[in-house]
Design a protein around this ligand. Sequence first.
Ligand code: SF4
Length: 303
Amino acid sequence: MSAEDLAGRVRNLARQRGALILAHNYQLGEVQDVADFVGDSLELARKAAEARAKLILFCGVHFMAETAKLLNPSATVLEPDPNAGCPLACMLNARQLRGLKAAHPGALVVTYVNSSADVKAESDVCCTSGNALKVVGAQPRDREIIFVPDKSLGTWVASKLGRELILWDGYCPTHHRITADFVRQARTEHPDAKVVVHPECTPDVTAIADEVASTSGILRYVASTPYKEYVIGTEVGLLHRLRKLHPDKRFYHVTPFADCPNMKLNTLEKLLWSLEDMEYKVTVPRDVAAKARKALDRMLEYV
Ligand code: SF4
């Protein structure tokens, strides 16, 4: 079956079942193209929370589908491949976070959404890369802040706000493949291009970029600047969206190695099977869900 036929079948079945298809900016191009909405973690969380549909097919990685379920508990949330996890989210568990809290009594816990529901349940407030500066910046200055699990994002937030944060040694393996050497090489190859990178990149990379922004921030930067060429330092899936939105501009990735294998586990075939079999349903234990939802609800107060 051609990709076009498959996409048509996914769309038809989604319509019959009344399903809303949400896809992250890092998904395969053909998955983005069948989605009702494509966005970053914050935008997808908002969409899931506001969705009227009783069925959401979430194309991203597990913590994102879990977040959708937490924010819209009455909806059935399906993920096309339950193996699509996030290595960053797996770098911290609830027991480890409890240990960190015990070592810093009185500290507030700000947790990046790239984390499990168990970890969110131990947190005061969540954030995404899109609103991390606002969330951390709004916390009282006289309180210590534990920021987990991404040390690169935490380091960037700390330097932007001039505030010390207690960090965890977590990182995104995909964004850490975007090295400063690759950025310098890309600048040599594309001397007229602006370099825009994601804050999950290492500090030596964010230090030499023209702009540091979340995926939706990168989209806004490109839409609001007059340049013709951009070198993009985030997961390569975002280039599909950028090229579609701005056919008059040129986009280059810093490195083709910034390709998240987990994000790419979702294929059109799996989307179709998921809708046919109503698999794989995302569930969160009730006691964990109640606490995790509070941290997520607080996150949504920061636009
Ligand atoms: Fe996790 Fe990084 Fe992949 Fe995003 S790109 S899902 S943070 S491993």
